[in-house]
Design a protein around this ligand. Structure first.
Ligand SMILES: [Zn+2]
Length: 173
């Protein structure tokens, strides 16, 4: 069972991107390569993109500068993060992370990503190449990335819980 991740970022960001088109659906390697080649930052070698896996199990990508909530068309997701593509000598997904402060997904969202990569049929990593650990501060509400096992809020110094705690948290206040 995959967890469903609701958007947990600031409401004003969601509002600001409400009219932005959702990310491009990737159903075949040609979709991915075609999309990459159309990006101004494409250097014919590697490219890092924002991605989500939608509730329908569809991989969508958008330029890295995009908000995940825009990539997802404002909807909840099964996974979110960044993908790094490499074009040569063959198209491959070289890196996958769960880095999304909009959705703060658990590293376990990999289980929703892997089937999409398998279906795509391009070489890909066997696990997240970098796993981010997100916690919401119970004292001040700040979304934190836990670094090196240090479970302390960056903003207010309160202790962060040992377990992922964004479920039912809704939007930030
Ligand atoms: Zn705090």
């Amino acid at each position: 069972m995959s967890r469903i991740y609701a958007y947990v970022g600031p409401p004003e960001i969601r509002r600001a991107v409400a009219d932005t088109p959702a990310g491009v659906e990737i159903r075949a390697p040609a979709d991915l390569l075609g999309w990459a080649r159309a990006q101004p930052e494409w250097d014919a070698d590697t490219l890092t993109a924002t991605f989500v896996v939608t509730l329908a199990g569809v991989l969508r990508v958008a330029p890295r500068r995009s908000e995940h909530v825009a990539c997802a068309g404002g909807q909840a997701v099964l996974a979110a993060g960044e993908l790094t593509l490499r074009a040569e000598p063959e198209l491959a997904v070289e890196g996958v992370t769960n880095q999304s402060t909009g959705y703060c997904p658990e590293p376990a969202c990999w289980s929703a990503i892997l089937p999409r990569l398998e279906a795509l049929g391009v070489p890909h990593p066997a696990e997240l190449t970098r796993a981010f650990v997100f916690r919401r501060c119970p004292a001040c509400g700040e979304r934190n990335v836990v670094k090196e096992g240090w479970f302390v809020c960056d903003l207010c110094g309160a202790d962060l819980p040992a377990h992922w705690n964004f479920a039912d948290s809704g939007e930030a206040h």
